[in-house]
Design a protein around this ligand. Structure first.
Ligand SMILES: Cc1ncc(COP(=O)(O)O)c(C=O)c1O
Length: 401
């Protein structure tokens, strides 16, 4: 069976060019970048070369790039590191209610140890308003963290506008650009950010490597203490093969950005136009202000997880916002943030594209989708009630429709 991968928001295929570039750093050029011998300088050179490529993708200077183990660590370093640097001077952090757990969880942790966290709400288009961020600022705010593109619904946030506000107020501004870097233009100066997270595996690079952009002069403390690697901000022997791979992936992403974005936009629009013709099918999040790589639907009356399994059986890999934890189907915090009733959030399907997807694949998915949805609806009590104009109960028996 030919498998179709439309879950690139979760992780992406490593580009062949990237693999080729990485391979010698496992078996021939395996030195420690801190070593003084030729093996060490070989590794160091490769790392600095990669740093330049990562910096170029986001309009930064190479010395402003700190390599990490991925987007999660970059987000943790940005938030905990700026909070620690301002210890005693402020205890207030601003973020949004649609961030990735890699931002929400460090905030929750800081909340447990005494910080106050403001979770600014997005509109039902999945976009936060810059003025709402501004209104949340206090004289105790140490960092504002707002993602560039949302990982579930692909909506793009007004980062440049928020950047201007943060700069005016002299507050560190962190942006999680894990889903946007390499897919749409990301320029740290145009966006006005002080910190920006990216990850290798979302842009056809390897897993387990990422970077944090730290604007010169930003007050930040490390969260990993040790030998003082990465300008003292991230101790631990550098992952040279990973870093080399990430550098190459960023170089390719920059080179092909426009062409790839135009390609996936055509695929995405075909997916959206056709899927929305199905009965009771909706797009989650703004269509206009959204990554060309992302389509996220909700089909009322079905469970996303069942649809996922059915599509997987047909060789189609996708994802959903709902996750089954113990006995209860856990609603996505992002879809709830759009103001949807919980029962509607359960029927979501996320299709995230890459340069490797083709129009033939899109047509195959569109050929299978209607039958999968109608099969699940034929077994769904929620759908039956919806069609009869009845009340829909949630799992707790509460009236919600
Ligand atoms: C928006 C966003 N931030 C952070 C992360 C975490 O990145 P990593 O998997 O590299 O730790 C992800 C991964 O899904 C993401 O989508």
């Amino acid at each position: 069976m030919n498998r179709i991968y439309m879950d690139n928001g979760a992780s992406s295929r490593v580009d062949d060019e990237v693999v080729k570039e990485m391979l010698p750093y496992f078996s021939e050029k395996y030195g420690n970048a801190s070593s003084l011998h030729s093996f060490g300088s070989e590794a160091r050179e490769a790392m600095e070369n990669a740093r330049g490529k990562v910096a170029a993708l986001i309009g930064a200077k190479p010395e402003e790039i700190i390599f990490t183990s991925g987007g999660t660590e970059s987000d943790n370093l940005a938030i905990k590191g700026t909070a620690a640097a301002k210890c005693g001077k402020g205890d207030h952090i601003i973020t949004t209610n649609i961030e990735h757990p890699a931002v929400l969880e460090p905030c929750r942790y800081l909340g447990k140890i005494g910080y106050k966290i403001a979770y600014v709400k997005v509109g039902n288009d999945g976009i936060v308003r810059a003025e709402d961020i501004e209104a949340a600022i206090t004289d105790k705010t140490v960092v504002v963290s707002v993602m560039h593109a949302n990982n579930e619904i692909g909506t793009i946030q007004p980062i440049a506008e928020i950047g201007k506000i943060a700069e005016k107020r002299g507050i560190a501004f962190h942006c999680d650009a894990v889903q946007s870097a390499g897919k749409i233009p990301v320029d740290v100066n145009k966006l006005g950010v002080s910190l920006l997270s990216i990850s290798g595996h979302k842009v056809h690079g390897p897993k387990g490597v990422g970077a944090l952009y730290v604007r010169k002069g930003t007050a930040i403390e490390p969260i990993l203490h040790g030998g003082g690697h990465e300008a003292g901000l991230r101790s631990s022997t550098e992952n040279i093969p990973g870093i080399v791979g990430m550098g190459k992936a960023c170089e390719i992403a920059k080179r092909d950005l426009e062409r790839n974005a135009a390609h996936v936009l055509k695929l995405r629009d075909r997916l959206i136009d056709a899927a929305l013709k199905l009965e009771e099918a909706y797009l989650n999040g703004s269509r206009e202000t959204r990554l060309p790589y992302n389509a996220n639907f909700r089909f009322l009356g079905i469970e996303g997880e069942s649809l996922l399994m059915m599509l997987d059986g047909m060789g189609i890999a996708a994802s959903t916002g709902s996750a089954c934890s113990s006995k209860k189907l856990q609603a996505s915090h992002v879809l709830l943030a759009l103001g949807l009733p919980e029962w509607q959030t359960h029927g979501s399907l996320r299709l995230t594209l890459s340069k490797y997807n083709t129009m033939e694949e899109v047509d195959f998915v569109l050929g299978e989708l209607p039958e999968a949805v109608s099969k699940l609806r034929s077994m769904s009590p929620v759908w039956r009630k919806l069609k009869m104009g009845g009340r829909i109960e949630d799992v707790h028996g509460k009236h919600i429709h």
